[in-house]
Design a protein around this ligand. Sequence first.
Ligand SMILES: NC(=O)c1ccc[n+]([C@@H]2O[C@H](COP(=O)([O-])OP(=O)(O)OC[C@H]3O[C@@H](n4cnc5c(N)ncnc54)[C@H](O)[C@@H]3O)[C@@H](O)[C@H]2O)c1
Length: 346
Amino acid sequence: MTKLKIGILGTGEIAKGRHIPAFHHVKEASITAVMDINEERAQNVANTFNIEHVCTDLGDMLGKIDALLITTPNKFHAPAAIQALNAGVHVMCEKPMALNTKECEDMIAAAEKSCKVLTIAYHYRFMKEARAAKRIIASGEIGEPLVIRIKAMRRRKVPGWGVFTNRDLQGGGTLIDYGCHLLDLALWLTGSSKPTEVSGTTYNHVSRQKDLVNEWGTINPATFEVEDHATAFIRLESGATVMLETSWAANIFQDEETISISGTKGGLDVFPLRVNKAENGVLLNSDVTWMPEDRPFEILQAEHFVQCCLGDCVPLFDAYESMFVSSIIESVYESAKIGRSVQIKR
Ligand SMILES: NC(=O)c1ccc[n+]([C@@H]2O[C@H](COP(=O)([O-])OP(=O)(O)OC[C@H]3O[C@@H](n4cnc5c(N)ncnc54)[C@H](O)[C@@H]3O)[C@@H](O)[C@H]2O)c1
């Protein structure tokens, strides 16, 4: 069997810790090339995982592979994806899709022109709770989704490694890094309606204090350039609204990661998954006691991408949906800057 040849751009934590081990479980694919601006890092990863080629030029690597996984800092997602798609290579790009809506549009245009797969690694969609929630909502159980509450909240867990707090390389902080996952999942679960208006606020007061008490490493307040907390109110074309709160550094009782959807007939919470209804004259909350497909999300994600590249399935990801997430993020930052709401035109 000829295997799909995959190359990896950016051999840092997420490539080593998640994607390379996950793709090793997919028998139809093989990671054959890696590249990193830090050549020694790429060489070490190639040695550890027995990968054939260590490249120093993206054009050269694209000539050797069928599909590219982009795991660089966010700033390089769009240019690398566009170059790969123009070269006829499928792309899976780490989240967020890109730094802004324009970059996403350019990526989509390149994908449409080349007819190659473009997916974004919003892996929460592969979690068993998410897949079950999608089925429940699609069955009409909760009716039309009206109000969506998202909490992606960590108590004093600012990433103290990598470039997460560098605005130029990442484009922002907790919203573009962590909140984006829950935002993507909530939009997908509720039918991917286009966002039309956003009002948002961002904060970075906690992480800019000296000697921050922080569970995830030491933070230098002098180089902390991004937001550690964001709130937003988002209107969708469907008439539904989203209330979003995300933080790396909240002063709260404990971490909280939830999506709560209130619909015309009932409600649904994800993490933990439960359905809240009114039936036969009583208010009823149903907990889930078993869910199928309990395999690791990163393996399901890798398998899905490979199957899409081989033409065996339709991508679970519409790149426009990932663009909506990026449009909202861009608009929250803009709204926070100007102090009023922002209309999303595209
Ligand atoms: N899905 C998730 O849950 C999740 C979790 C963490 C990170 N991420 C995303 O993955 C990406 C990488 O994050 P990470 O934690 O692995 O960061 P990292 O800093 O550990 O790794 C990034 C690697 O990219 C390399 N690099 C930088 N610029 C490059 C360029 N122009 N060309 C080639 N290589 C380049 C760096 O040398 C580094 O080895 C980011 O987009 C981040 O948002 C996603």
